[in-house]
Design a protein around this ligand. Structure first.
Ligand SMILES: O=C(O)c1ccccc1NCC(=O)[C@H](O)[C@H](O)COP(=O)(O)O
Length: 203
């Protein structure tokens, strides 16, 4: 299972997540986030990582030119758009970087979201990065379209299996592996990857 650990602000957390097997690491460059990192700091963490872990920039309602400038400055590889961005913004960013479009759920996901111009869609709780989840069945209408769907929102080492059983393209966690916003917990990261390793998909 592909796992993205999001909201990194410290080098030691990023290195540990990579060593444990994280597939992608997320850096929040959105204004107003408790996990916001400067592009310079994200770039310095990114430079210390190995070549085969995906670096994701997280944005919210920022104009495409600002997203592109920050992606370049921070040397990131995938842009995650987490606000109400119109499809044209994603198309503009998508000329340069793969785009993940996040939707905050207040009810079941809508199958027509699959038409949004993004490489993958991310289903999040109502308030991104809050640790708040949603009934996982809400993801089904989008999962059933065959689009790549990343599940996020309130995932923890303890409730992982229910999310994995839906067979998403990837999962994304921030709060569930933290001591405080932007400060990851070594113990929770280790518990997460141990549970993942022990997980046996049903047939
Ligand atoms: O984490 C934030 O502060 C944030 C702010 C603005 C937009 C997106 C943000 N986080 C995006 C993420 O990818 C989180 O990992 C995702 O929302 C899951 O969060 P959590 O429920 O805390 O695991």
């Amino acid at each position: 299972m592909r796992v993205k650990i999001c909201g990194l602000t410290r080098l030691e957390d990023a290195l540990l997540a990579e060593a444990l097997g994280a597939y992608a690491l997320g850096f929040v460059l959105a204004p107003g986030s408790k996990r916001r990192i400067s592009p310079e700091a994200a770039r310095s963490i990114s430079a210390a990582l190995g070549p085969l872990v995906v670096r994701v920039g997280v944005f919210r309602d920022q104009e495409p030119e600002e997203v592109l400038a920050l992606m370049e400055k921070a040397r990131l590889q995938v842009a995650q758009l987490h606000g109400q961005e119109p499809p044209e913004w994603a198309e503009r960013v998508g000329r340069f970087y793969p785009v993940v479009k996040a939707f905050s759920l207040e009810g079941p996901a809508r199958p027509e979201w699959a038409d949004y111009p993004a490489s993958a869609l991310l289903l999040d709780g109502k308030a991104p990065g809050s640790g708040e989840g949603y009934p996982r069945a809400w993801a089904l209408p989008l999962l059933q379209t065959g689009k790549r769907v990343i599940l996020a929102g309130g995932i923890t080492p303890e409730n992982l299996e229910e999310v994995l059983s839906l067979r998403p393209y990837a999962i994304d966690l921030a709060s569930g592996v933290e001591e405080a916003p932007g400060v990851k917990s070594q113990a929770k990261l280790k518990a997460l990857f141990a549970r993942l390793e022990a997980w046996k998909p049903g047939v």
